[in-house]
Design a protein. Sequence first.
Length: 111
Amino acid sequence: MGIQNWSDDVILVELPQEPEMGEELKNTTGVVRDRGDCDVVVDFSDVDIVTSSSLSKLLKLRKLLTDCGHRLIFCNVAPATRGIFTVTGLDGVFEIVDDKFVALASLQIVS
């Protein structure tokens, strides 16, 4: 788990299960604010379900990044979590790819 500096302009976040997820997202937002100029890849490999509190934190993180012209990409999202994103309409808000290598590669192509 944790926040990793993948490169000079990319942070990779490996989310833990709830309830620790909320604290990790709060920490990630702080790192993004301090660092300023970066994209974020969030790896959901260890996540089965997301609470409304964590959804709120994900939306805040997305707003912070998009306001600065940066991207937030989710990867390795479990079917139950994808279902939550679909039911809430957030599947059209968040960028979701299959795995972290696809996410990281897409950031390199655009950069």
